[in-house]
Design a protein around this ligand. Sequence first.
Ligand code: ZN
Length: 150
Amino acid sequence: MNPEMKALYQEMILDHYKKPRNFHALNNQTHEAKGHNPLCGDRVTVYLVLDGNTVKDIGFQGTGCAISTASASMMTDFIKGKTIDEIEHLFSAFHDLVTLEKPLANQDKLGKLKVFEGVREFPMRVKCATLSWHTLKAALNEKDQPTSTE
Ligand code: ZN
């Protein structure tokens, strides 16, 4: 990555860290899951409204480092309106992006999420970047449940 792009990317991560998008619970979620990355102390809860196979709305809450927060913020922005199948592909593409020197899955669809490419150089940070994705997947795999009244 050239230095100019790197600076732009860092700026984007900081911006999402300081002003996370979709940073709220939903009151009509159909799915939710909690994630924890003990290596760094990041915690995230992902809330989803699924309409058939499509993510109609998504929000998250949690505490964590800049990478985990920015990743959750950008992920929620990115997958709103996408189908479960599309999300599966994006998840593998994103996972490849942050772990493999030569990603196997098609990277073209990732768009802005490519900003996390630099994480590859810091293996400790990979879990920070993927925490929200794993949590999203856990939420999607969960069966429809009535919202808890607690
Ligand atoms: Zn972290």
